[in-house]
Design a protein around this ligand. Sequence first.
Ligand code: SF4
Length: 412
Amino acid sequence: MDLLNTLLDKGLRRELPTRDEALAVLATSDDELLDVVAAAGRVRRQWFGRRVKLNYLVNLKSGLCPEDCSYCSQRLGSKAEILKYTWLKPDQASEAAAAGLAGGAKRVCLVASGRGPTDRDVDRVSDTIKAIKDQNEGVEVCACLGLLSDGQAERLRDAGADAYNHNLNTSEGTYGDITTTHTYADRVDTVRKAHAAGLSACSGLIAGMGESDEDLVDVVYALRALDPDSVPVNFLIPFEGTPLAKEWNLTPQRCLRILAMVRFVCPDVEVRIAGGREVHLRTMQPLALHLANSIFLGDYLTSEGQAGKADLDMIADAGFEVEGTGEVTLPEHRATAHAGCGSHTGASAEAGADAGAGCGSHGGGGCGPCGSTVREAAPEELVQEAARGSEARTDLVAVRRRGAGTDLAPNA
Ligand code: SF4
């Protein structure tokens, strides 16, 4: 297939595909799907081998957000029955992080709901970062606290943060349909602030919110222009009690095409499967490891993921290996002196184009991967699923009731 040969060559050379080529990936047929995965998988192996980086979410502050992001279970007016709590103390957050690190994670993502941190919030998170770093040598810490004000990125960096996450989520053209309380430009601004402070920028998207193929390509090209080191790809978890609760429009095949397209456009960047992995890829998750080189271990912000042990088994069964703390994630040409976390060197020739979004969200649960879990379904339930279309899927989405903010052990 000429398209895939072209995309493979470009991916190996870190050359940007044309928009038409990216759109053509999304338009491939199911008959072509394995060829698409194979081509994008070769690009993935060129830059990341067979390593899978594990990341672990700690939701420092859950729910009660004044913003109105439609995908988010923590939004203003959300009826989702999620855990709601205010800031975890540093030792509580550190204890939660330790569970993920013991499970094999090398990065801890500290997430808080809200429009953005106050300076007092930055102090709290700085104390938490120090507590985690003091107790876990070599750990990478990423903060995800929403829109940053001037100077806050520098303070987080000085406290020991390696990275900052803030997702663009969707295209500039559709951003106003998803959120009205902040703008796409606000989000771009925060990603740039993180970059400028020397933090490793992490910024991604949410697929499945009713967007077109063109919108998906728009946001991925905008991300490439912003040149983050990591790109989380969330698949919308249609949380009951949120405006997008009925948006069940992703299939495993669609998710694989989206991941392949992201890999071709951002060949040497850490592509992370974020919220919605279990819900939408379901039994096709192992194939997605050929495209992405990073996942979250265990639970998400407000919903459950599959058991951490199942994640580790899946990685081993698929012939991949968990990336160790001593290994640098990014290819040499992108890696810099960030302690433990490879950071870009500005390799993207397109840097400069606008893209952006408020707090980084990882899949519909708020400012981090909301994610959810997949329960075993009997065959007749699967048949009904195909017929149900946009009905609620409480069998697929489980609210997180353990880990941070509870007295129960976390899933890691
Ligand atoms: S994504 Fe972040 S800013 Fe938006 S509603 Fe959720 S917690 Fe608030």
